[in-house]
Design a binder for this molecule. Structure first.
Ligand SMILES: Nc1nc2c(ncn2[C@@H]2O[C@H](COP(=O)(O)OP(=O)(O)O)[C@@H](O)[C@H]2O)c(=O)[nH]1
Ligand SMILES: [Mg+2]
Length: 311
């Protein structure tokens, strides 16, 4: 299944669409004449500033600056080509993970996937786009409108269901989202569907009571199927930069987050946030959003991402 999906995605480019990687490209286009002479403090500082400006975050930036210093002292960076190859390799290495980037599959169906995150990051759109991907791969999907909090959220999921021809389970506005998810798992089990994709209400990571509500959704799913939810996907908005890292920390401390979805990468020239957030949370990026359309969610490929920096 995933191979089939990956093949259809191979035409999608990470960059340079609408200036996608401009800030990172600034990093890759540094004045290498300075570097090859032997890196001096000014060059290291410039490299550091550009990495921070592209949202790589402090930790990854310090690592890359240190590596640049070491490699250059060893005389390994003799040309612009050397420098770009160094950068791509190190960025790919920063994104390496032991964990599987594919969507988890339940030992016995249905596979239960929860989308969580703050308001407006792209949860509902991602739920719909995941449903579409799975459907295209021959899976049978049930969408769940478990955002009972925001006016219009249920209708938004139902509209996607109609558009994609995917069944939707929704609760009453203001109802308990855990009950809606429980009912959806029941329905999917009895209808022998393969996937339950649940959209949840956006919440600020500072809203403790709403975080507790999500913890309950997780507990209730586990009470119905031992290893559910099989995925808790945290959606982040790439345009919010280091704020996304802060959100990831709090959600990660309250919920068993299994994967990250970084949406709106098409809307920022500072894609380094992808590196910052995965490094900080230690949870793999599974998908990235590159537009608002139903097909604009693609599996994250670190190699293509790193190559996109220097192409
Ligand atoms: N450009 C762009 N827009 C996106 C992407 N993902 C979501 N959006 C838009 O962001 C807005 C909020 O998305 P929504 O799914 O409703 O966010 P939610 O509040 O987290 O459920 C909508 O206008 C989406 O079309 C993306 O990858 N790129
Ligand atoms: Mg929503």
């Amino acid at each position: 299944m995933s191979q089939q999906l990956d093949r259809s995605d191979s035409d999608r480019e990470f960059g340079p669409r609408r200036g996608l990687w401009q800030r990172i490209k600034d990093v890759a286009l540094m004045d290498v004449a300075v570097l090859v002479k032997g890196v001096d403090d000014a060059a290291l500082e410039q490299f550091e500033e550009r990495l921070l400006g592209a949202d790589f975050g402090v930790s990854a930036t310090l690592y890359l600056v240190d590596e640049l210093n070491t490699e250059s002292r060893k005389g390994k960076l003799r040309s612009a080509e050397d420098f770009r190859a160094f950068l791509a390799a190190r960025v790919e290495q920063l994104l390496a993970t032991e964990r599987d980037r594919h969507l988890a599959v339940a030992a016995s169906p249905p596979t239960v996937v929860l989308l969580v995150g703050v308001n407006g990051v792209g949860k509902t759109t991602t739920a719909a786009r995941l449903a579409r991907r799975l459907q295209a791969a021959g899976e049978s999907v049930l969408l769940v409108a478990a955002d009972t909090f925001r006016a219009g959220a249920i209708e938004q999921v139902e509209a996607w269901g109609t558009k994609l021809d995917v069944p939707v389970v929704s609760g009453a506005a203001g109802g308990d989202p855990a009950a809606v998810v429980f009912d959806a798992i029941e329905a999917a089990s009895s209808r022998k569907l393969s996937h339950v994709i649940a959209d949840t209400a956006g919440r600020l990571h500072t809203q403790g009571d709403l975080m507790a509500e999500l913890e309950k959704v997780v507990r209730v799913a586990a009470s119905r199927i031992d290893d559910a939810p099989h995925e808790v996907l945290l959606c982040l908005d790439a345009t919010t930069g280091q704020n996304a890292v802060a959100q990831a920390r709090v959600f990660g401390s309250r919920l068993p987050v299994t994967g990250l979805v970084v949406c709106k990468l098409d809307g920022t020239a500072r894609g380094g946030v992808v590196v910052a957030v995965q490094r900080d949370l230690g949870v793999p990026i599974k998908f990235v959003g590159l537009g608002e359309g139903p097909d604009d969610l693609i599996p994250f490929d670190p190699h293509r991402f790193a190559e996109g920096l220097i192409s």
